[in-house]
Unconditional design. Structure first.
Length: 134
């Protein structure tokens, strides 16, 4: 399997509820490397660029408002099959469907605040890393 880079963001609820250390540790224990990590805010322009495929959907405005509402942790994570491995660690998008032992299964409470975002493909990872680490 190829070495990949992916983009991971611990969302405002994950930071607010003090899960950052636990979440970063899960990626490291899975053998992934944290190449870059930054604590900060997401600008409205960054949020709109990242979630452009959802524009016009009923939840879009709420998503933009939520992701820009507080501090996040932005990361570049790398390793063999990093995209798939990170998505497995994160669990299903809806925390109520996420398996116990996954990040969303353990820390997520509701769909609208599901703790973490991760790129869904190597191509998305390149695009998202460019948005948040230009």
């Amino acid at each position: 399997m190829a070495i990949e880079k992916t983009y991971i963001m611990i969302k405002p609820d994950g930071v607010r509820n003090r899960h950052v250390g636990d979440i970063v540790g899960r990626f490291e224990r899975a053998g992934l490397d944290i190449e870059r990590l930054e604590l900060g805010l997401v600008s409205t322009d960054q949020a709109k660029a990242n979630y452009a495929e959802h524009e016009g959907k009923p939840f879009y405005e709420g998503l933009i408002g939520y992701i820009t509402s507080g501090t996040v942790v932005k990361m570049v994570v790398s390793g063999e099959g990093a995209v798939a491995k990170c998505r497995m660690l994160m669990g299903a998008t809806d925390p109520s469907s996420a398996a116990p032992g996954t990040i969303r299964g353990d820390f997520g409470l509701v769909m609208d605040e599901n703790v973490i975002h991760g790129s869904d493909s190597p191509e998305s990872a390149v695009r998202e890393i460019g948005i948040f680490f230009s």
